[in-house]
Design a protein around this ligand. Structure first.
Ligand code: K1U
Ligand code: ZN
Length: 185
């Protein structure tokens, strides 16, 4: 198992549409192991394979709270097959856009089809954080980021800060670059 580097905005690979997994084999299980190690080390509650540079439709997740035992979940070739009309708003973050959080409104419930690590098909109906996280991660497999749902003004500001950070080689914006400054005088 290995902790892999997480791609950071504005890395263009984050905009790739990932390919469906063809075979649930040893190399896929190694990828999933590395994804969990990377996700737990970050720490994060979800990860899509493209975030470690692998354009395959694979998602890992663990929504257990700090005081609860680990609850790792793997979704291979996940696909949203139904979305609720009702909407829910949740403050989202992204390991590829570190230390930036913003409210995003999405369908409050989704039905998702996927394969497990044995290659067995499943369909679940998700609500709450699971619904939000699944939509966020499935978006990653389609090259979509949560900043695509915020205002253009905010998105342009985020892009500018992360492009500057990439140029400086700092990886994430410097602390004084995080929030709009309201200096007096
Ligand atoms: O896909 C990712 O970049 C992971 C992302 C998942 C996510 C978070 C919130 C809403 C939707 C999707 C994260 O894990 S960001 C980090 C985070 O939320 C967290 C980290 C440690 C403890 C608790 C939460
Ligand atoms: Zn993300």
């Amino acid at each position: 198992m290995a902790v892999r580097d997480i791609l950071i905005l504005p890395d263009k690979r984050l905009r790739l549409k990932s390919e469906p997994v063809k075979a649930v084999d040893r190399s896929l299980r190694k990828l999933v192991d590395d994804m969990f190690e990377t996700m737990y080390a970050a720490p994060g509650i979800g990860l899509a394979a493209i975030q470690i540079g692998v354009p395959q439709r694979v998602v890992t997740m663990d929504l257990a709270k700090k005081d609860e035992p680990k609850a790792p979940q793997v979704f291979i070739n996940p696909e949203v097959v139904w979305k609720a009309d009702e909407r829910a708003t949740y403050e989202e973050g992204c390991l590829s856009i570190p230390e930036y959080y913003e409210e995003v409104t999405r369908p409050s419930a989704v039905r998702v089809q996927y394969l497990d690590l044995a290659g067995t098909p499943h369909e679940i109906e998700a609500t709450g954080l699971l619904a939000t996280c699944l939509q966020h991660e499935i978006d990653h497999t389609n090259g979509v980021l949560f900043i695509d749902y915020i205002s253009k003004l905010k998105r342009d500001m985020v892009m500018k800060k992360f492009k500057k950070a990439a140029k400086l080689g700092t990886g994430k914006p410097l602390s004084e670059d995080k929030e709009p400054s309201h200096h007096i005088g």
